[in-house]
Ligand binder design. Structure first.
Ligand code: PHE
Length: 362
């Protein structure tokens, strides 16, 4: 290609670059000119066909062409990019004076069971209890034997236990039927004085309007050298007043039986039903909310504590039950149905963290 022809080609390409109205079109021009199979590469390949004395000038001319096209492409690319940004800014202007969108924090809800568990924890923490935990899958020893329920004990039939398949060593893990195994774990791991609560899931093969196969309990355990029933009663009364946020509660301690406590009691609280509303501390209807008693000497012996020196009390409280009572939720099964409409209605805003000083549920 002669020098004037090269000049011609150069101005054609510069024209095409000037005419490109978008980055995509500009890219097409670039590929056609400078791409691997583009015009400039083709020109370079002709170099070999020229007589040696012509090569230098030709090479320089093609290189100059390449540079000027490259510069023009870059300048045009920057110009188009600037224009695209300006166009975007003109259309996507943000109005910083608009109110903040509420987003997931406003939509999300805390499940009543979680909320009530926090409330319970807050109350007992304020009384100096710490939180203990245990796994949902338990050993037979922790769930039964150590709690003075040996094999063949009739009380085992009262717990409709979910068992796992037998392990090679003959043991049979189970889903804990109550939070009481956490008593055992705590007494084995720590030295008295002990003052713990243990909230968590428990499982029984049982399902109707007031029972679900999984439900929630909170266990309480106090072990010391001078603990008596008066302490137990006081703790539970203080708890109920704080939880239901009333000055007086009516409580009824009924003699009962649990293998791991002696004496054993069940506790009912008095309430009145006025229309659909439940009022705690008034009226003459009773609802059972917990089991409790003084820790049985055999349980202390099973964890290596001397019953002559240590005593204590324990209680197990149904979380779902007292949640239903406090917040007027009539159907236990709805708790676990995962219905968003129910959760929207009965759930709690994520920032409504229960604090005693602020009024637990306000
Ligand atoms: N574990 C008992 C139950 O689930 C409740 C309980 C706990 C009773 C601690 C006494 C002491 O029914």
């Amino acid at each position: 290609m002669s020098a004037p022809e090269l000049d011609n080609l150069g101005s054609e390409l510069l024209d095409a670059i000037a005419r490109a109205s978008t980055l995509a079109k500009l890219e097409e021009v670039r590929v056609a000119a400078l791409g691997k199979k583009g015009l400039v590469s083709a020109l370079m390949q002709q170099l070999g066909t020229l007589p040696p004395e012509a090569r230098k000038d030709y090479g320089q001319a093609v290189n100059a062409l390449k540079t000027s096209i490259g510069d023009a492409l870059e300048a045009k690319r920057a110009e188009l990019a600037r224009a695209a940004t300006a166009e975007k800014l003109a259309h996507e202007r943000a109005d910083v004076t608009l109110p903040v969108r509420e987003g997931p924090l406003a939509d999300g809800r805390i499940h009543p069971v979680s909320q009530v568990t926090c409330e319970i924890t807050e109350i007992f923490a304020d009384m100096g209890f710490s939180i203990a935990e245990g796994p949902d899958i338990e050993t037979d020893f922790n769930n039964f034997t150590a709690l003075n329920i040996p094999p063949e004990h009739p009380a085992r039939q009262d717990h409709d236990t979910f068992y796992f398949a037998e392990a090679p060593d003959g043991s049979r893990p189970l889903l804990r039927t109550h939070t009481s195994p956490v008593q055992i774990r705590t007494m084995l791991a720590q030295k008295p004085p002990l003052r713990i609560i243990a909230p968590g899931r428990v499982y029984r093969c049982d399902s109707d309007q007031t029972h679900t196969p999984m439900f929630h309990q909170v266990e309480g355990l106090v072990i010391d050298e001078e603990t008596h029933l008066g302490h137990l009663k006081w703790v539970l009364e203080e708890f109920c007043k704080a939880f239901f946020e009333v000055k007086q509660v009516k409580m009824r301690f009924r003699a009962s039986y649990f293998p791991f406590t002696e004496p054993s009691m069940e506790v009912d609280i008095g309430y009145a039903k006025i229309g659909d509303e439940i009022r705690i501390g008034e009226g003459d209807q009773w609802l059972e909310i917990l089991g409790c008693g003084m820790v049985h000497p055999n349980v202390l012996k099973n964890v290596g504590l001397d019953p002559e020196r240590y005593q204590g009390f324990a209680f197990g409280l149904g979380i779902d039950r007292i949640a239903m009572l406090k917040y007027g939720m009539p159907d236990l099964r709805a708790f676990f149905a995962g219905d968003l409409r129910w959760l929207k209605h009965y759930g709690f805003p994520p920032l409504a963290i229960p604090i005693l000083a602020a009024g637990l549920s306000s």
